[in-house]
Design a protein around this ligand. Sequence first.
Ligand SMILES: [Zn+2]
Ligand SMILES: [Zn+2]
Length: 450
Amino acid sequence: MSGNLKTPETISRDKRCSYGDSHTHVFLPVLELEDLPSRQALRGKARCRNTSAASGGGASVSRRERIVGPTASSLPLAVTHTYSDTHSNMLQLPCLAAVVVTLMASCASGDTGYFWHVTDFHYDFTYWDHQLSCNNNVTNPGPLGDYWCDSPWRLVTDTIAAMGDIKSDVDFLIWTGDTVAHIEDEHLNVSLNMEIMQNLTDALDSGFPNKTIYATFGNHDYHPTNQFPATGSEIYNRTAEMWKKWIQEEEQMNNFRKGGYYTKSIWPNLRIVGLNTNLYYTSDKVTVNIPDPTGQLAWLSQTLQNAKNKTEKVIVTAHIPPGVHTPSRVVWFQEAFVAPFMTIISNFSDIIVGMHFGHDHHDGFKVFYDSQGQPAVPLFVAPSVTPWRYKLKTGEIGPPHNPAVRLVSFDRTSGKHLNIQQYRLDLPQGNLQKKANFTLLYNFTQIHHR
Ligand SMILES: [Zn+2]
Ligand SMILES: [Zn+2]
């Protein structure tokens, strides 16, 4: 099904700001730089002003819009765009991507580090019998999965093995949650969720022995789904124990037991902050009207201030990203949490070198502005391992996804990111060959002509 899809090479030659393919009705915003704040800065950095329509088999759609957050008028809120890994294709916005490239390191100091970012496994333990995650009846499920379903165990283990085959000597891994499948609460319970997460924890740990994995919760990892509480809970406690070998420090273990967040020093000059942004999710009904559930925002602000005092750079990671999701234009955060969260990120945009999130299942990125209205912090949303496509009660269905993992290179000295190598598995082909052959889909800075 990839015959008509654009290849990264095709995309790099084609500098329009909107793309579509003939298989999916994907709506992509056209980036119109004239509408954006601090357009001079953007123009200077990204010399492409584009308004042209996408093409592609007649099924693609283009439109132009200015995307801002719900309270953007007074905030240096992110401009948000997404390119979507629908199927084996990459859809992208070259103009904003060029801005992101400028926020990454222009050259390495010579001390290059690597980390994997893997997210949204959504392991369906019922794949071979009840198919509880599948949105259609699948009569011939493939050994590596099906676009209508969450991941079978074979996809989980083969994905981890493929990551190790591609690059095992990474500095660390980032794992941004949603380990549990899209299965109704009545078929799950706390112990089952914990067992699923333990399985994945063990699989990643044995795939990358002696590597630290910076793991965070996804909204599906809680039971009942999404309902992360503002006070401690059994799931916080049990997961803290599960990930103790990676969190290590008692103070951070206490933070995790309190609310699923922690920080760790990666190098003397580089720190990671793992957040539980599920607390701000619109589907979390138990944190509504609580100003700062679990105290995470106050802690985040203080943690970043401490890092700044020590002249550290910071990588922020979590599951649910702030800002507007395109193409759906859904805002995942409850509105009350948008401004407080964005203000903290803006205040410390000079020390945050990159943010890595999951949840969208799409490949995407956002750019955050600093308090002067200048592009300052790139946020990268990694595509999912699960190929699952959603199906709403209205009948609307989402695009399928090829399982994906990404390798990020960074300058160990500055912490700045150097590049992203995006890998994906052509699922139909993998099922035919009964082999999870993950191949490079694109190389971020290469296709954007650094
Ligand atoms: Zn997910
Ligand atoms: Zn999620």
